[in-house]
Design a protein around this ligand. Structure first.
Ligand code: ADP
Ligand code: MG
Length: 249
């Protein structure tokens, strides 16, 4: 059974009493390129509970990345508010929003986005240094994070000396070193072979369980959908359907 069919078996409402960490209503984003208007988001309603793992799926161009970028404070929506941990994030001044993002959110992308001139440990400690953590302490925490992901021996290597799977684990370490409440992932396994993708997925699921972190994962991969708590299926800038995984299944 594919992920969506499986999830559709049992569609149940958000668990009672779950704390809402992300919420938006009628979220709209229109891009203007020259004469052309692109309606990337056409009124998206979404609520996410703390600790939930949500997979966002749908065909290329349907607005998945735009949704992620609007929800995470990277790209200002044309209309609609985004509330994260009680903050209306686009009402915050730009610098305050950037700071909020740096402290409360982690990001994992398809192409890892590591800085090639820095070693693994330097990449991982970067968010801490930006957040103003003293360098000795930042180094310690970065090394601990690498250790947790089985990468202690790679700390001094540079990204281009590593495999794709190792690079993505470095990127995960970097996104988690600040202990964020929310981790945004845009096609995190899109550039990896299936075995390595499975390994990365196992890491994400373990972190979600152990740390009660909230994961929003844009993906084409049915395997991620199968393991997420909820699948949000998008089409043409709208949520077409939502399905919650059968928690007994
Ligand atoms: P997906 O991630 O689902 O593939 P996107 O969110 O990237 O889709 O894109 C949704 C639509 O918005 C597409 O038609 C895309 O071409 C358009 N789009 C995305 N970003 C921009 C941008 N910065 N400027 C103009 N159009 C954009
Ligand atoms: Mg995309």
């Amino acid at each position: 059974m594919n992920a969506l069919a499986q999830a559709r078996r049992e569609t149940i409402p958000q668990p009672q009493g779950a704390e809402t960490i992300i919420s938006t209503e009628e979220l709209t984003k229109t891009y203007h390129t020259g004469e052309v208007e692109v309606h990337a988001l056409r009124g998206v309603d979404l609520q996410v509970a703390r600790g939930e793992m949500v997979a966002i799926m749908g065909p290329s161009g349907c607005g998945k990345s735009t949704l992620l970028n609007c929800l995470s404070g990277i790209d200002r929506p044309t209309a609609g508010n985004v509330i994260v941990e009680g903050q209306d994030i686009y009402k915050l001044r730009d610098g305050v929003r950037t700071d909020f993002r740096a402290k409360r959110m982690g990001f994992i992308f398809q192409f890892f986005n590591l800085l090639p001139v820095l070693s693994a440990v330097e990449n991982v400690e970067m968010p801490l240094l930006i957040a103003g953590v003293a360098s000795g302490k930042a180094r310690k925490r970065a090394l601990a994070e690498l250790e947790m992901l089985g990468l202690a021996s790679q700390a001094r290597k540079h990204p281009l000396e590593m495999s794709g799977g190792q690079q993505q684990r470095i990127a995960i370490a970097r996104s988690l070193v600040n202990d964020p409440a929310i981790v945004w992932c845009d096609e995190p396994t899109g550039n990896l072979d299936s075995e390595t993708a499975e390994e990365i997925l196992n890491i994400l699921c373990r972190l979600q369980r152990e740390k009660d972190q909230t994961f929003i994962i844009v993906t084409h991969g049915a395997e991620i959908g199968e393991r997420a708590d909820r699948i949000v299926q998008m089409r043409d800038g709208l949520i077409q359907s939502e399905a919650r995984r059968d928690i007994n299944g």
